[in-house]
Design a protein around this ligand. Structure first.
Ligand code: ATP
Ligand code: MG
Length: 183
């Protein structure tokens, strides 16, 4: 079972990829003043009708051909709500889906954020383009693979030196942004 918020984000991105998304926007925002940790994953995949959307958060509902437990969304919903937080999905058929989860930052039940850099890098390798925004108490940064690809020209984003650079860039900026806040 999922034990870190980052793995929950990876689950959401997997749903987005299965929905045929070519762009996934992942955002993590922390406010120690409000006591919240906000997560959102937005995609431009196939989306869902109102009827499909209603079923999506039902435990065991899945449209996966094999190995789907259908527990991804309900488990994340529970993980957020048991910290006094909220969970919302918006979806438009043919346009895409946005999942927003709010966790109580200081709540005893909150899972640790975990290795969000590793999650973002995994999604970068799997999805055409990724925008990652990270913010904490007014500081923040954004990493957009579309901008990186422009700079790289013919060099593939997936090449080892580029991924190594991205790893360090993410780690440094996440560390600097979160400062003293325990995530
Ligand atoms: N981003 C999305 N775009 C379109 N459909 C989605 C999206 N996320 C979820 N769904 C639909 O909701 C269903 C339930 O998703 P959920 O993550 O709970 O389970 P699953 O992905 O089917 O299986 P599991 O996550 O347990 O491996 C999916 O099978 C899919 O039909
Ligand atoms: Mg899933």
């Amino acid at each position: 079972m999922m034990s870190e918020i980052s793995l929950g984000i990876l689950d959401l991105a997997e749903n987005s990829l299965r929905a045929g998304a070519s762009l996934i926007e992942i955002s993590v925002g922390v406010s120690s003043y409000e006591g919240t940790l906000n997560v959102s994953v937005r995609d431009n995949g196939c989306g869902m009708t109102a009827e499909q959307l209603e079923k999506a958060v039902d435990p065991f509902f899945t449209t996966k051909e094999t190995e789907g437990s259908g527990l991804g969304l309900p488990f994340l919903k529970y993980s957020a709500e048991c910290t006094g937080g909220t969970f919302r999905i918006e979806s438009v058929k043919g346009e895409g889906t946005c999942v927003k989860a709010v966790f109580g930052l200081f709540h005893i039940n909150r899972m640790p954020l975990g290795d969000i850099g590793a999650t973002v890098r995994a999604v970068m390798v799997l999805c055409a383009d990724v925008v990652f925004s990270f913010s904490a108490d007014g500081r923040g940064f954004v990493m957009d693979t579309r901008a990186i690809r422009k700079i790289l020209g013919d060099v593939p984003l997936e090449s080892a030196p580029v991924m190594e650079y991205i790893k360090e860039y993410l780690e440094e900026n996440i560390q600097e942004t979160s400062g003293e806040i325990k995530l």
